[in-house]
Each structure stands twice: as structure tokens, then as C-alpha cells.
Design a protein around this ligand. Structure first.
Ligand SMILES: [Ca+2]
Ligand SMILES: [Ca+2]
Ligand SMILES: [Ca+2]
Ligand SMILES: [Ca+2]
Length: 255
């Protein structure tokens, strides 16, 4: 048995009080739009679920829910971690709720991706496989067990979560921080689960999700896609032209 699996599996159920996440966002790149942290029980909760990624020949969208036991959607690699199967083998897996076929308040029967004693997981995109770097990326944080300073089997089950995305020039685009995320439990509870993401049309080369105080946490629903910047609506262009004409008329009047 893997040490990390044992670490997670050694956690007993403990009482906990749900805590609210306090959010701060530090804007870095003006053209980048952050999403979350927002509650998430199934893909329809994703801010990307209503977007048509097929409007452009280069468009694509991939959702990795880990239910097939592998991180194998195209053009992405993880710096560390491994897929954590759920019930019946591991009672402490914390998947997105709907992955077990039922939005019923538990993700224990689904499959997640485990941090494996790493505080930072970095997901890197390969433009040579994807064609274009993704314009939209996101991931769902689902659980934390031990944090620094805990003495097993006692665990805290709460901690800060940081999401950072970078462009192809390795410039930080956005930094989203959720303070004290977690329900104090290490099982499959879903009320704490939060989506983190970003939209940046020029392309996201990699992103990191970090728990500065823990190496014992899980994520799920890695998702990424490409669509080009939406063109201006014809109506808006029309309004712009009309305003310009008016301005020109005015200046010719005063001339
Ligand atoms: Ca469920
Ligand atoms: Ca899953
Ligand atoms: Ca959870
Ligand atoms: Ca939890």
C-alpha cells in the first residue's frame, strides 16, 4: 500500500463544522477573467458548461473526471499526484458528487486525483497536441485531510487553496485564493467542493493549485478548452458606427 494512500486511509471520521471560504483575487492581467471559488456538484455547475467550443475549427473542450482511473485527456500532464479510486476500496475518496451517477451529497463512490504529499499540483498544456493552448481552464478542489502541525490520527480538514494560471511567457495571469476551505471531514462530503478557473483568450500554458499548509488533498473535474475571442456583435458595431457618424456630423457642423 502506498504511504500516501495509507495517510489518507488512516484518517478516521471526525466531527467538523463547515466553514465559509473567504475569497481574495489579485488582478494581474487585465484580459484574464477568473472564476470561482464556486460550489460544484456536477459539470452543469461549471461556468464553462454553457459555452459552445465548436464554433471555430480549432475549438475543443476536454473534461477529465478521473472515473476511468487515469489522467488521459489529450495535451495535459500533472507535475505530481495520482488517481485515487473510490468505494469500495477507499472510503475516503472525495470525487465530484455526480460522478457516481447520483447527486446525493456524497462523492465517495467516484474517483478523484490525490496530491500525494505535494502542496502544489501543476497542470501543463501541450500546444503541439492541442493545436491551441486552452483559453479556458478549471479544476474542482474537493477535500483536505491533514494540514501541517496535525498529529495523526487527528486532522484539521481545512486550509487555504490558491489557484494560479500562467501564459506561454510564464507570466502570472490571475491568482485566486480561498481562505480556510473545508468541512473538517476527510470523507466524501461535497458542500465544501469549489471550482477554480480562468479565461484568457491568448492561451493558458499551465496552472497551479496549491494548499500552502497541506500535502493531503484532492481535486477533480480538470477541464480545458479553446475558443477564439468572441467577435463584436453586429448590433454593437452598428451602434459604434452610428456614434462615430454623429461625431463627424457635429465636427463638420462646427467647422
Ligand atoms: Ca454522488
Ligand atoms: Ca471524479
Ligand atoms: Ca469534499
Ligand atoms: Ca472534506
Amino acid at each position: 500500500m502506498n504511504t500516501a494512500l495509507f495517510h489518507k486511509a488512516a484518517i478516521g471520521a471526525a466531527a467538523g463544522v463547515a466553514s465559509l471560504a473567504i475569497v481574495s483575487q489579485a488582478p494581474m492581467a487585465k484580459a484574464a477573467t477568473p472564476y470561482g471559488p464556486s460550489p460544484y456538484t456536477q459539470f452543469s455547475d461549471s461556468p464553462f458548461s454553457g459555452i459552445d467550443f465548436t464554433t471555430d475549427p480549432d475549438g475543443y473542450f476536454h473534461l477529465e473526471d478521473f472515473e476511468d482511473g487515469a489522467l488521459d485527456t489529450p495535451g495535459v500532464t500533472a507535475s505530481a499526484g495520482f488517481v485515487l479510486p473510490g468505494l469500495p476500496g477507499n472510503t475516503l475518496t472525495d470525487s465530484v458528487d455526480g460522478d457516481d451517477g447520483s447527486v446525493d451529497g456524497s462523492g465517495s463512490a467516484g474517483t478523484s486525483f490525490y496530491s500525494n504529499n505535494n502542496k502544489v499540483l501543476r497542470f501543463t498544456f501541450d500546444a503541439s497536441v492541442l493545436g491551441k493552448l486552452p483559453s479556458h481552464v478549471g479544476i474542482v478542489w474537493t477535500d483536505v485531510g491533514f494540514v501541517d502541525g496535525d498529529t495523526p490520527p487527528t486532522f484539521t480538514g481545512r486550509g487555504d487553496v490558491v489557484f494560479r494560471a500562467y501564459n506561454a511567457g510564464n507570466q502570472l495571469l490571475k491568482n485566486v485564493i480561498a481562505k480556510n476551505l473545508g468541512d473538517g471531514l476527510a470523507n466524501g462530503g461535497i458542500a465544501e467542493d469549489r471550482f477554480f478557473g480562468i479565461r484568457y483568450y491568448p492561451g493558458i500554458a499551465h496552472f497551479e493549485i496549491e494548499m500552502p499548509n497541506s500535502g493531503d488533498w484532492e481535486v477533480d473535474h480538470l477541464q480545458y478548452g479553446y475558443v477564439p475571442t468572441p467577435a463584436l456583435l453586429p448590433g454593437l458595431i452598428g451602434l459604434g458606427v452610428a456614434a462615430l457618424r454623429k461625431k463627424q456630423e457635429k465636427s463638420s457642423e462646427s467647422a
